[in-house]
Design a protein around this ligand. Sequence first.
Ligand SMILES: *Cc1c(COP(=O)(O)O)cnc(C)c1O
Length: 393
Amino acid sequence: MSNTRFEPRVRTLLGPGPADVHPRVLAAMARPTIGHLDPQFIALMDEIKDLLRSAFCTENRLTMPISGPGSVGMETCFVNLVEPGDKVVVCINGVFGMRMKENVERIGGTAVVVADPWGRAIDPNKLEDALRAHPDAKVVAFVHAETSTGARSDVETLVEIAHRHNCLTIVDAVTALGGCELQVDDWGVDAVYAGSQKCLSCTPGLAPISFNERAIERLRARRTPVQSWFMDLNLVMGYWDGSQRRSYHHTAPVNALYGLHEALLMLREEGLEQAWTRHARHHRALRAGLEALGLELIVPEGERLPQLNVVAIPEGIEDATVRARLLAEYDLEIGAGLGDLAGKVWRIGLMGHSSRPENLMLCLAGLGAVLRDLGHIGDLDRALVAVHRQLFG
Ligand SMILES: *Cc1c(COP(=O)(O)O)cnc(C)c1O
């Protein structure tokens, strides 16, 4: 029987997302629902757009949250900027790059793939070669923070190459936003999409996007209508653009937007750069602890994401057993490997509100103890001291 209230156990979410949602965000979401064309709500929409511009480091007027998960942010970028017959260079170094290719092909475009090994950043030289070989390409798409592998790519360099070859850029910043440096304007990113449930400490279901003037121009110059009615930005802008009389497009998820607003306020209170620094410091602490336990990160130094750490599973240890025990014994969630990395790695996310000292201690102590039970001997004492020194040195 399930006619009882659903009361989930409180977990610590150190997987690839969702991350822990801050109590302030949950409290904001419990406030009274008002009409989505209520003047109060319209003022809130304008504030959210301003706060998002700060988080993306952009002045782009077309900056707003799309109603839907990060995947809807992705589709919004592709359906608006790619037309049937367009050639798009897609850099793939993990699962989320593969989805970009899928988007291009479903639209009727041609995807030219630049493949890099899983766990490595995208190689700018390969992109350069692909663009030389395909001078008719119109768009370059890649993932900033590949959550499936823990690799960070050099957005500034990749965008510079794309622009030299007259391509627009679409960048997946779902895991990047709020967790590591992302400079939409300074780096010249044309279209970018993100998610609410990773480093913003908000609930899943909203996808901040930002388009610059070049991207808007491309949208205006389309030969064909955008195939998706819901994601057609020409229509969505009429709903979110403060300079026009707002017209009904769809019903915004009112309470979810209260949550995003609170999360963005908290990011502003902390300071964007301070948030990046916190993620980097906690990454160093996790790494020091993992090393003492005899565990290795699969991504080479210099290409690692601070907010998502991909750890090789030691010989003889069964992936699912460890994750199930951490969940049952410590209410602690860590992530499994995806795609080619399934069964071979764990993904430890330290995103947003999850990236806290007490979570680092819980993770290292719980993981170290469970591994010892299963016969993997690491130096648990040294691990905890190393974490503490990195945090409070
Ligand atoms: C999580 C994630 C997505 C998808 O976001 P959803 O909210 O799950 O749709 C896309 N790209 C990257 C890099 C992600 O980490």
